[in-house]
Ligand binder design. Structure first.
Ligand code: 4NP
Length: 157
């Protein structure tokens, strides 16, 4: 079974495109079938490539973000994906509100905090590197969560 996963942050130019690429790489490494996309809760960067510092930090670890383009979360996403991953609590709350409005009597993907899957992560949210400038720390958290999630999916397969 293929699991369809949507990673979501605020701008869709730093954390969620990074999570998209890392999840894809981790799934390929583990032989787990996934379809991964990412989106933002805001409309601020629609159509834009990921932020340059996120692209270069990811590239140093072997992840290519260059083909990705930002889009906004849409109501259909709740039906078209199996799992929606929020990069932080604010975006989780925005997604839960959207999900409540988007679906009545329709199947809707669960919304989970991405860091729920990161073993031993001390926080709930991936801090926004656009403000923190800690692109390496962002990658460390995203890699840990991706490993945890893909390991769970591998066990279920
Ligand atoms: P992201 O980071 O949510 O991880 O993509 C951000 C990028 C840009 C802005 C906010 C967050 N911004 O305010 O433009």
């Amino acid at each position: 079974m293929t699991t369809r996963i949507l990673a979501v942050c605020l701008g869709n130019i730093c954390r969620s495109p990074t999570a998209e690429a890392v999840l894809r790489a981790e799934a390929a490494r583990a032989g787990v079938s996934v379809e991964v996309d990412s989106a933002g809760t805001s409309d601020w960067h629609i159509g834009k490539a990921p932020y340059g510092h996120a692209v270069s930090a990811a590239a140093k670890r072997g992840y290519d973000l260059t083909a990705l383009r930002a889009r906004q979360v849409r109501p259909e996403d709740f039906a078209e994906f199996d799992l929606i991953l929020a990069m932080d609590v604010d975006n989780r709350n925005a997604l839960v509100a959207m999900r409540n409005g988007a679906v009545r009597n329709a199947p809707a993907a669960p919304v989970r905090l991405f860091l729920d899957f990161a073993e031993g992560a001390p926080m709930l949210s991936v801090p926004d590197p656009y403000y923190s400038r800690d692109f390496e720390g962002t990658l460390d958290l995203i890699e840990a969560a991706a490993r945890g999630l893909i390991a769970q999916l591998a066990q279920k397969a």
